[in-house]
Design a protein around this ligand. Sequence first.
Ligand SMILES: *C/C=C(C)/C=C/C=C(C)/C=C/C1=C(C)CCCC1(C)C
Length: 238
Amino acid sequence: MSPFFLEAAIAADNYVAFTFFVGTMAMMAASVFFFFELSNTEKAWRTSVLVSGLITFIAAVHYYYMRGYNLENNVSPTFFRYVDWLLTVPLMCVEFYLITKKAGATTGLLWKLIFASVVMLVTGYFGETIDMAHSWQWGLASGIAYFYIVYLVWFGDVAKLAGATSPAVAKAVKTLAWFVLVGWAIYPIGYIQGTPGGLFGAKLDFGLDMDIIYNIGDAVNKIGFGLVIYALSRSESK
Ligand SMILES: *C/C=C(C)/C=C/C=C(C)/C=C/C1=C(C)CCCC1(C)C
């Protein structure tokens, strides 16, 4: 079937496919917005806003693909989901690095964040695919890496550096830290829903498909993160 027929074939009650479709649109719109705003952005903030656009653009391409894959095969596009995350989550770490760089953030800190995010994602991938029989143990390992990132942005080097910059940067880092603590916590909910091991071996059912939970998480976090950076670039341009 051609992609056009597939699009028409999204049934009105197929909420998974619908959220992939809306996700594609939202990510595309956000990318256009960030890219077009670059020319109105002060030089010092251009790279940060560009990275915001790259994050939503990479997601838009993956969502377009995942939408078709899910419609055609009626299964979760887990592999492409994780490819997307492996590209976009490290870029979110780059955002933290870029905005705290003026206060002295080192590439050592950047690598710590990236390393923790890769551990978080690779262990999650193992639990969802290769070694599903031990999904809760993999989820636990992933959760530990996740809490290390939470620690770094709330109390560790990222938080300390943010305190040493302008009030606007400090405020933006605080907002991004909330995204990491609350927005990113949407993902383990999807994982618990979608894996046999659930939470510490206890199967929980939230009544929502795993992909719907992940799609909500991506929209909140990728677009939200970008908008916080965008707002910061505006307040610092005045
Ligand atoms: C744009 C994509 C983002 C911000 C993805 C974030 C993904 C996570 C924070 C995933 C975390 C997980 C756990 C903390 C435990 C279970 C396995 C994961 C990978 C779903």
